[in-house]
Design a protein around this ligand. Structure first.
Ligand SMILES: *Cc1c(COP(=O)(O)O)cnc(C)c1O
Length: 392
């Protein structure tokens, strides 16, 4: 399938009909808005690397990557070799950077599928170099610095030596050098400045080594919080994850500027009444103090894992909030619609997204859990059994 066919197929699908009981909606206009927002921030000269790991944060990696490459994004990043393979097998030709470390046994797949590894040890670089040589190939690589002692990358005091070693290895092309600015997630401006200075120090000590084929390489530091708050971290390209998807996964972000791309919706599949004092429920019990009206939704935590994090999930029905009677079951959720007498079987229900003037965004849901806002993207990991619709 060609790129455009993937997009056409994805986007020409009609919004879900009445016979779809639960679905994920991907709003491509919001995705474009977020790309334009990033573009306006960083200016026309720099490049954007779309981070589409974890199935594009649950949004659908092949479709999202295809759509973004058509919207002026030049690079992709994924976590694992398998995620890279999925994109290549779908016909995607753009550069794909692997952010995770990989097994020595996976090196041949890098060469088979032109995936760009992140390298931060001389020993691993040697292995890749040997295998590339055997194939008569030259493999682009990116080097990673670890400025936050998070165990992923070269430590600043060893980096210069290591980079000099790696740059001498044949059949490797150092195409990029980067770091993950963890301090930006904490909005720690002082630490951000120090980290950028450490990065600069390494760059200036390795000026010659970092000129693959005489051409300057891509230096990249910024992920979402830096794209929003720290222009000094922009360098040559920015790695955009949560902000592409409109997920404010750190404090202080002006959530109004980005638009959430994913919604999760379902339909009321049954309506019942529970009389005063009657008991219902499996693991929890409902003993209403007066007669209540119950809407049954055909979804549970097996479809929508974030429901498991909530003692009393909320949903939107008829443009208003309604609460479940207790935690979700594996495949059903019972919602109190006593205050919404208009509710009918087949009515649309929003579990993530907006309806009328009400909204339940990922940050609103995460606030009801024990998790930190930095885990906000986990709300978007929805079962593959729920169909995904790309809407304009
Ligand atoms: C996941 C990841 C990103 C994207 O981070 P966001 O905060 O989602 O923008 C960027 N860089 C690296 C190394 C990552 O692992």
């Amino acid at each position: 399938m060609t790129m455009n066919k993937i997009i056409d197929k994805a986007i020409n699908e009609l919004p879900p009909q009445k016979d779809v009981a639960a679905w994920v909606e991907i709003n491509t206009q919001h995705l474009s808005h977020n790309v334009q927002f990033i573009r306006a921030k960083i200016g026309p000269e720099r490049q954007i690397m779309a981070v589409v790991k974890a199935n594009a944060y649950g949004h659908g990696a092949v479709e999202i990557a295809t759509y973004l490459l058509n919207s002026g994004v030049q690079h992709l990043a994924v976590a694992t070799v398998e995620e890279g393979l999925e994109l290549r097998k779908a016909g995607i030709k753009a550069p794909i950077l692997l952010l995770n470390s990989i097994l020595p046994e996976q090196i041949s797949k890098l060469l088979d599928y032109q995936l760009t590894p992140t390298i931060y040890t001389v020993a691993f670089a040697e292995k890749v170099s040997i295998e590339a040589k055997q194939r008569g190939a030259e493999l682009p690589i990116h080097l990673r610095l670890d400025l936050a002692s998070n165990g992923l990358g070269m430590l600043p005091d060893q980096a210069v030596y290591q980079i000099k070693q790696i740059s001498r290895l044949p059949h490797l092309l150092i195409e990029g050098i980067y770091t993950h600015l963890v301090s930006a997630y904490r909005q720690d401006a002082k630490q951000v400045a120090e980290d950028i200075q450490s990065f600069e120090n390494v760059l200036s000590s390795c000026r010659e080594e970092l000129q693959a084929r005489g051409v300057p390489i891509f230096r990249h530091v910024a992920s979402s919080p830096s794209i929003l708050n720290y222009p000094s971290a922009y360098y040559d390209l920015v790695r955009a994850g949560t902000c592409l998807y409109g997920l404010p996964s750190f404090v202080n972000q002006d959530g109004l500027l980005l638009k959430p791309v994913m919604s999760v919706k379902s339909r009321v599949c049954d309506i019942q009444y529970i009389e005063k004092g009657e008991m219902r429920g499996y693991y929890y019990s409902v003993f209403p103090e007066s007669k209540v009206r119950v809407a049954t939704l055909p979804i549970g935590y097996s479809h929508i894992p974030f429901l498991l994090l909530l003692k009393k999930p909320q949903v939107l029905i008829g443009g208003q909030k309604a609460s479940a009677f207790g935690p979700a079951n594996m495949s059903h959720l019972f919602v109190d619609v006593t205050h919404l007498p208009e509710t009918r079987i087949g009515d649309e229900v929003v579990l993530l997204g907006a309806q009328g003037n009400e909204k339940l965004y990922a940050q609103d849901i995460i606030a009801e859990t024990d998790l930190d806002i930095s885990r906000c993207e986990s709300i978007c990991f929805i079962s593959e059994s729920i169909p995904r619709f790309f809407v304009k």
